[in-house]
Write a new protein. Structure first.
Lengths: 283, 316
C-alpha cells in the first residue's frame, strides 16, 4: 500500500501552499536584506554618494585592508575565542558532573539543589549588575579577561544543566550497574562509561553556551575597559566614534566582525540545527 | 550471597558515595552562590539602604520607618522609571503575542516538504548567529538618514522627510523593536523540532478525516506542541523584558526608549552620581516582574483548558 505523505506538496491545499510561499519569501527577505546591504555598502568608496541599495560603481577594498592592518581585529577574535572557549569548558565540565549526580543519585537536599539551579533560569542577570560588578572589583579582577571567564562560567547554568541532565535521564541504568560490578569506582564509571554516551547532549549544551558567550555584550562592555582586552561584540560599540566619517571603513569592519560566526555556521550548520532543535531536525 | 557482601561493604561504600556526590556537586554550587545567590541577597537587602557615590564601601540601612525610601524615589521622582517599565512590558508582550505566533508560522512553513525549504530555513537562522550588538549596529546604519535604506522608503510617501526616525518620539520605539523582533531563528527551530516530532500517523489520520494544510496545523499540530510554545513564550517574554543591547546601540534611551535593564545600569554604573541602592531596588522590581511573567504566560496557556471546561459545563 502506498504511504500517504500528508505533508507532500501535491496534497497541500492551494491556500496553504500560497501561504507557505509568502512565509518563505519573508524569511529570505528579512534575513538577507540587512546583511546584503551591509556587504554592498562595504564595497562603496563613499556610501554617502550612493545611498541605499545603489550598486557600488567600483569595488573598493581599502576598508578591508585597513581593518586587518590598523584595527587589529585578529586580537579581538583571539580574546573572544579565549574567553568563550575557556568558560564553556569550565561550565560544561562542572555541570556535566553535577547533572550526573542529580540525575542518578539520591541524597539529602536534592530537591533544594534542583530548585536552586532551576531558579537561575528566571533570575534576570541584568538585575545582578551591581553586586556582580562589585564582586569583580573586590576580587581584583576588574578589567581582566578572567573576570569575563568567571562571569560566563557561572551564568547560564540552568540551560546547560537541563540539556545535559535530560540526556543522562535517557542513558540506561544497566550500563552503570555493569560497570560498578566490574569494579569501576563512581568517578571512573562516569568518566569512562557515561560521559562518552552522553556526548551528543553535552555537545548541544556546549554549542549553545559557546554561541551565547561569543555574542555576549552586556557583561563584556561592563567589566573590561582596556581596548586590547575587549571581545568582538564590545569592540563594536567603539566603532561609531572610531569611524566618525569613514563609512567605508565602518562597513568593512562590521562585515569582518560578523563573518566568523556565519562561516562557522555554514560549515557546521547541520550540527547547529540538530543541536538547537533538540535533535529532531536533520540539517 | 550478593546481599550479604553488600551489607558488609555498605559503610565504606556509603562514605565513598557521599564523597563522590559532594565532590561532583560542589563546583556547580559554588558557581551558583557566587553568581546568583550572593548577588540576589545583596540586591534584596541593599535595596533598602542608602548606598551611592558618597558611601561606596558602606551601605546604610534607612531604618524600618524609612525603609522604602529608594522605592519611593524610583516610583515618584526618578523621571525614567515608568517610561522604562512601559517599554519593557510592551517588549515582553510583543514577545508572547508577536514573536511566538511569527515563529510558529515560520516553523509550520519550514515543516512542509517543498523544494528549497531546507535552504531557506538554513538562511533564516543566519541572523541569529550574529550577536545582537552587531545586529543593532547594522540597523543603526540602515536607519541612518544620510545613507540608510529606511529613509528613501519613507520619502516615497513623504518626499520632504529628512529626520532620523530613531530620534523621533513614537517612531523610535518601533524602529528599535523592528531591529530585533523579526529574527526568531532559534525559537523557530525549537518549535520546528517539536512539530517534526509529531508522529506521522497522527497527520495521516487527520488527512483522512479531511483536515489538511493549515486546518490540520491549527486543530492537530498546535495543540500537540503547546508545552513547547509555553516554554518559548516565557523565554521570549523574558528576553523582551530584559532588552538592553538594542537600546544601547540604537538610541541610548533617547526619544522615550529607556528599558528597565538600561536604567539599572545607568543608575549603578554609567551615571557619574552612581546610586547603587536605587539601582538595586529597580533590580529587585525586575526580578519580581520576571516571576510575574512566568505566572502570566502560564495563565494564558491555561485558557484553552478553562474554555474546554466551560464548554463541557454548558453542554451538560
Amino acid at each position: 500500500m502506498k504511504k500517504i505523505d500528508s505533508q507532500g506538496v501535491d496534497k497541500l491545499p492551494l491556500g496553504t501552499k500560497i501561504f507557505t510561499w509568502i512565509c518563505l519569501a519573508w524569511a529570505l527577505l528579512i534575513s538577507l536584506v540587512p546583511i546584503v546591504w551591509l556587504v554592498l555598502s562595504s564595497f562603496k568608496v563613499d556610501p554617502l554618494a550612493r545611498p541605499g541599495f545603489m550598486l557600488p560603481d567600483s569595488i573598493y577594498l581599502k576598508g578591508y585592508i585597513s581593518t586587518f592592518r590598523d584595527l587589529n581585529v585578529m586580537r579581538y577574535f583571539g580574546n573572544s575565542m579565549l574567553i568563550s572557549i575557556v568558560s564553556v569548558f569550565v561550565s560544561i565540565m562542572t555541570i556535566s558532573m553535577s547533572a550526573y549526580v542529580v540525575a542518578r543519585m539520591e541524597f539529602k537536599g536534592k530537591k533544594l539543589v534542583n530548585i536552586a539551579l532551576a531558579s537561575t533560569l528566571f533570575i534576570p542577570t541584568t538585575a545582578l549588575t551591581y553586586p556582580v560588578y562589585n564582586l569583580i572589583n573586590r576580587l581584583g579582577i576588574y578589567n581582566t579577561r578572567s573576570a569575563l571567564i568567571l562571569i560566563y562560567s557561572c551564568s547560564g547554568i540552568a540551560v546547560s544543566f537541563f540539556v545535559i541532565k535530560n540526556y543522562y535521564d535517557n542513558v540506561p541504568k544497566e550500563l552503570e550497574e555493569a560497570a560498578r560490578i566490574d569494579g569501576c569506582g563512581y568517578a571512573q564509571t562516569w568518566w569512562r562509561i557515561i560521559l562518552p554516551i552522553a556526548r551528543p547532549g553535552i555537545l548541544t549544551a556546549a554549542v549553545l553556551a559557546l554561541l551565547t558567550n561569543w555574542n555576549e555584550y552586556y557583561w563584556a562592555s561592563l567589566v573590561i575597559i582596556d581596548r586590547d582586552k575587549l571581545t568582538v561584540p564590545a569592540v563594536l560599540s567603539t566603532f561609531t566614534t572610531a569611524f566618525t566619517t569613514n563609512y567605508n571603513g565602518l562597513f568593512s569592519a562590521m562585515v569582518v566582525i560578523i563573518l566568523p560566526p556565519i562561516i562557522l555556521y555554514c560549515v557546521f550548520n547541520k550540527f547547529f540545527i540538530e543541536a538547537l532543535s533538540g535533535g529532531a531536525v536533520k540539517g | 550471597m550478593k546481599n550479604s557482601t553488600h551489607s558488609v561493604q555498605k559503610p565504606r561504600t556509603d562514605w565513598r558515595k557521599k564523597g563522590f556526590i559532594f565532590a561532583f556537586l560542589a563546583p556547580t554550587m559554588v558557581m551558583f552562590c557566587i553568581f546568583y545567590l550572593y548577588p540576589l541577597v545583596t540586591v534584596f537587602f541593599t535595596s533598602f539602604c542608602k548606598w551611592d557615590y558618597t558611601n561606596i564601601t558602606r551601605p546604610e540601612f534607612f531604618g524600618w520607618k524609612e525603609m522604602f525610601k529608594n522605592y519611593k524615589y524610583i516610583f515618584n521622582t526618578y523621571p525614567y522609571f515608568w517610561e522604562a517599565m512601559r517599554n519593557s512590558t510592551a517588549w515582553a508582550l510583543l514577545g508572547v503575542f508577536f514573536q511566538i505566533p511569527l515563529s510558529t508560522i515560520m516553523a509550520l512553513a519550514f515543516s512542509r516538504k517543498m523544494k528549497g525549504v531546507k535552504t531557506i530555513r538554513n538562511i533564516y537562522i543566519v541572523p541569529c548567529m550574529i550577536s545582537s550588538a552587531a545586529m543593532g549596529m547594522i540597523f543603526l546604519q540602515l536607519y541612518n538618514p544620510l545613507y540608510g535604506v529606511v529613509n528613501p522608503i519613507i520619502q516615497l510617501f513623504n518626499p520632504g522627510f529628512k529626520e532620523n526616525i530613531l530620534l523621533l518620539k513614537g517612531s523610535a520605539f518601533w524602529a528599535l523593536t523592528a531591529a530585533y523582533i523579526f529574527f526568531t531563528g532559534t525559537t523557530t527551530l525549537m518549535i520546528l523540532g517539536n512539530i517534526l516530532a509529531v508522529p506521522e500517523e497522527v497527520r495521516e489520520a487527520a488527512t483522512l478525516d479531511g483536515a489538511s494544510g493549515l486546518l490540520q496545523d491549527w486543530h492537530i499540530i498546535i495543540p500537540m506542541i503547546r508545552g513547547t510554545l509555553k516554554t518559548v513564550s516565557i523565554l521570549a517574554a523574558t528576553s523582551g523584558f530584559l532588552l538592553y543591547n538594542e537600546v544601547f546601540f540604537l538610541t541610548k534611551g533617547a526619544a522615550g526608549t529607556y528599558s528597565v535593564s538600561y536604567i539599572i545600569r545607568e543608575l549603578a554604573i554609567t551615571s557619574p552620581r552612581t546610586q547603587f541602592g536605587r539601582a538595586n531596588s529597580v533590580a529587585f522590581i525586575q526580578i519580581i516582574c520576571g516571576l510575574l511573567i512566568i505566572v502570566f504566560v502560564n495563565l494564558i496557556y491555561s485558557v484553552p483548558d478553562w474554555l474546554e471546561k466551560v464548554k463541557k459545563g454548558a453542554e451538560k
